[in-house]
Each structure stands twice: as C-alpha cells, then as structure tokens.
Design a binder for this molecule. Structure first.
Ligand code: ATP
Ligand code: MG
Length: 417
C-alpha cells in the first residue's frame, strides 16, 4: 500500500546505482551543473518529477527539474544567471546558453494548487518541507521519484518504482482526498495513462469517475492550458479516448454531451490521431489549428445556415458557446473563427476545382486555413509531406490562373500640342 501521510512511513526505498538504469549520460549538462553545484555547496540535490520517470522509461525528458533543501535565496546566490519566480511558491530558474532553463525548487510540504481554507496567510507561504513530504505532495507515484546526485541512487518514498515495473498509474495517497484537494490531478491521471499506455489503478479510476464533476472547480484558464498540453502531447487520441470513457470530458464541457454522440467522439479521435502523427514526426502544428480541430466535431453537429452571410461571426459565436467555461481569450477566438470560416470556403472551392481568388490567399488566416484543410483531407502520407513545407501550398489545380484576355489597345492619340 502507498502510505497516505508522510507520518506513516518516511523511510524510502533506496536503489543504488548498480541496480538501476538511470544514467548521467542522459541528463542534460545544464541540469548536471545545477545538481553538482548544489551538492558541492553542501545541499541535497535531487533530479525530480517527470524527468526521472521519463529517463527510467527510456524516453527523452522535456525538461529537467531539480529539488533541494536550499532555500530560494540560497539557490539564487549560487547561480549568477538565475532569478526567483512565483509569489506563493517561490522557485529559482537558472538560465543557460541557448535559452535553456533548469528550475530549482525547495522541498515542499504542499502542492501549490491545494487550497487549505484553514491555512493562515503566514502558513500559506511557509510550506517548505522534507524530501519525504515533497514526494508525498506530488500527484502520481511514477512522478514522485528522486535521483540523488550525491551517490547516483534512486529514492522512492511512494512506491513509484514498483508501479513503473507493473505499468500502473496510481495517485499518491488516497485518490478521493487528493482529487478533492486538486481536481486537476484527474486530468493528469488520464494524461499519463495515455502517454505511457499504463493501466489505471482500480481505486484511482473509481474515484476519478465518481469525482469527475469537481474538475469544474478548477480555474478555466488552468483547464485550458492543461488541455493544450494534451493537444500537443503526441498522445492526444488515447487521452481523449480516456476522457470520453471516464466522463471527464463531459464534466468539463457538459453541453457537448448528447450533442457530440458516438460519431462526434469518433471524429474527434480521428482528427487527433492525425495530429498525434504530425506531432510525433515533429511537424509544426499551431495552437490555432489545434483549437480549430478540437472545435470542429462540435461545430459540425450544426451546419452553418447558408443565409448566414458572415461565416466568421457564426464560428466566433458558436466557438464561444462550445467552450463555455473554458472560453479562450478574444484574440485567439477570432483567429480560430477566421481559420474555420476560411477553411470552409476554401474547401468548397477546392472540391469544385475552382481557382482560389488571390485576395483570399492574402488574408492573414489563409495559411492556417489551408493547413486545416490539409489536416482534414490529405491522406496520411501526404499529410506529413504537406506539413513539412515551411509554407502550406495550394493544390496545383487551385493555383492555375484563368487565362487573361488582353484587350487590344487602341493606339494612343497624340496629345494636342
Ligand atoms: P511533463 O512531461 O508533461 O512535463 P511532468 O510530470 O514533468 O510531465 P509537470 O506538469 O511538468 O509534469 O509537473 C512536474 C511535477 O510536479 C510532476 O512530475 C509532479 O510530480 C508534480 N505535479 C505537477 N502537477 C501536480 C499537481 N497538480 N499535484 C501534485 N503534484 C503535481
Ligand atoms: Mg515537466
């Protein structure tokens, strides 16, 4: 059993270097520099979170996070090129050449998103903790592992190594309690299950489906930002499949329920399986395009009336309606609406093999609209090829100009002297 409180068990499982396969070779030189400097200055220095998980899975981590018992001010002093960020939870960003950043946080007793109503303003800030507490405050057992630079060992307070071995996604502590404290953890469970292909532990799944409606207590902007991370994860299809299966999707967007139907769900999964292909093959996909693709299955349930002159306005209004609580900033909404409207006009022209007017190609949303059409229409092999071009290209037929008929010029009359 995973201990639910740090008081129950504080003795971690320690796996010495010869017994695990996490090699320094795969840690970025910048993260190693930070770890070593903290270590030689007498502090504890652990690699933590997603990077340890990814390295143990043989994957390339997106970023390397470090945890230490040095206070933010002390860390700041050790690294000239660093700054302290965060108001409630201060952490240090250390900057390196090439825009690389290593984040260093002091061991904490509480997650930054947990609200404790009883907490006094003073205690809110005073949340530094022990390594054991820092492991316990994390979300999933596989995200709660530490790699200790002092002796290259792994430190496991939460049973994460066993869960990695058994390929299980499990919340640290009591899942019911942890979801109430921060409902976003439910989405994180599905994210990591989708990315790893691991099985979700039965108690975690049961609590997730029972408490899914709590997700609406999270700040809309946070939900939106987390969703975008999943759009771009390369595992969006399995993620949305789990979102539908657990009902978390409709807990976030209740009015999609009953409207999307099995067909709409399939449509969304299919679109994101294409997006996953592009992302995993490292083709650039803009956020506007991702949102347009996300909204399409909902919007397609109500075809725009032909009388509607302003298709863009239709998509703007319907897009806002679709997102409800999660509504995005106005400018992004406008971009997405323009892209959807233009893509629809463009699709009609291409279908009828009519040339695309030059003024249309000059619109700001044109490249994204063309990309959206490629995403919707192109066969898989051509999709990768199309997204490899720095600028999206129109198919040849649409580029062909109509033959210009030149009027015969009349000879100029000589100006009267
Ligand atoms: P990714 O590969 O997407 O970066 P990650 O596991 O590193 O995955 P982050 O969002 O970068 O995820 O968070 C870093 C670490 O912080 C996590 O590994 C986890 O230990 C912890 N964490 C993040 N969000 C929460 C949360 N809501 N509650 C508790 N711990 C969290
Ligand atoms: Mg991370």
């Amino acid at each position: 059993m995973v201990p639910s409180s740090p008081d129950i068990e504080v003795r971690p499982r320690i796996v010495p270097r010869p017994q695990h396969n996490l090699s320094r070779k795969n840690i970025s030189v910048e993260a190693l520099k930070v770890l070593y400097r903290l270590h030689y200055s007498g502090y504890k220095a652990y690699l933590v979170g997603g990077s340890v998980r990814d390295l143990l899975l043989g994957r390339k981590p997106k970023d390397f996070d470090v945890a230490t018992d040095a206070r933010p001010g002390e860390v700041r002093k050790l690294f000239r090129n660093s700054r302290i960020i965060g108001r409630r939870f201060r952490l240090v960003q250390v900057f390196f050449r090439g825009g690389k950043i290593v984040e260093v946080s002091t061991f904490r007793s509480r997650s930054e998103f947990e609200e404790e109503p009883q907490a006094s303003p003073a205690s809110r800030h005073n949340t530094f903790g022990t390594p054991a507490e820092d492991a316990q405050r994390r979300d999933l057992t596989i995200n709660g592992l530490f790699y200790n630079i002092a002796d290259f060992s792994l430190i496991d307070y939460v049973g994460g190594l066993e869960d990695l071995r058994r390929r299980v996604i499990r919340v640290i502590g009591d899942p019911g309690v942890r979801f109430v404290r921060d409902p976003m953890r439910m989405l994180r469970v599905l994210r990591h299950a989708a990315r790893t292909g691991f099985t979700i532990d039965a108690a975690t799944w049961e609590e997730l489906t029972a408490k899914r409606h709590l997700i609406r207590l999270c700040a809309p902007a946070r939900i939106r930002d987390e969703l975008v991370r999943d759009f771009k994860s390369g595992s969006a299809r399995p993620f949305f499949a789990l979102m539908f299966e657990s009902g978390l999707f409709y807990a976030i967007l209740p009015h999609w329920e009953g409207r999307l139907g099995k067909q709409g769900e399939e449509r969304l999964l299919e679109l994101f399986s294409r997006i996953d292909l592009l992302i995993t093959q490292e083709r650039p996909v803009s956020e506007t395009l991702l949102w347009a693709a996300f909204l399409l299955p909902y919007l397609e349930t109500e075809p725009p009336s032909e009388e509607l002159k302003d298709l863009r306005e239709f998509y703007r209004v319907k897009g806002r309606e679709a997102l409800g609580l999660v509504e995005f900033p106005r400018q992004r909404g406008d971009e997405v609406a323009q892209t959807l409207a233009l893509a629809r006009r463009l699709a009609a022209l291409l279908r009828e093999q009519r040339p695309v007017p030059a003024r249309m190609t000059r619109l700001a949303a044109f490249p994204e609209a063309l990309r959206l059409n490629q995403l919707l229409e192109a066969p898989e092999k051509e999709l990768l090829e199309a997204f490899s071009q720095p600028e999206p290209k129109l198919p040849p037929i649409a580029r062909k100009r109509r033959q210009r008929r030149f009027k015969k010029r009349r000879p100029r009359r000589p100006k009267p002297q």
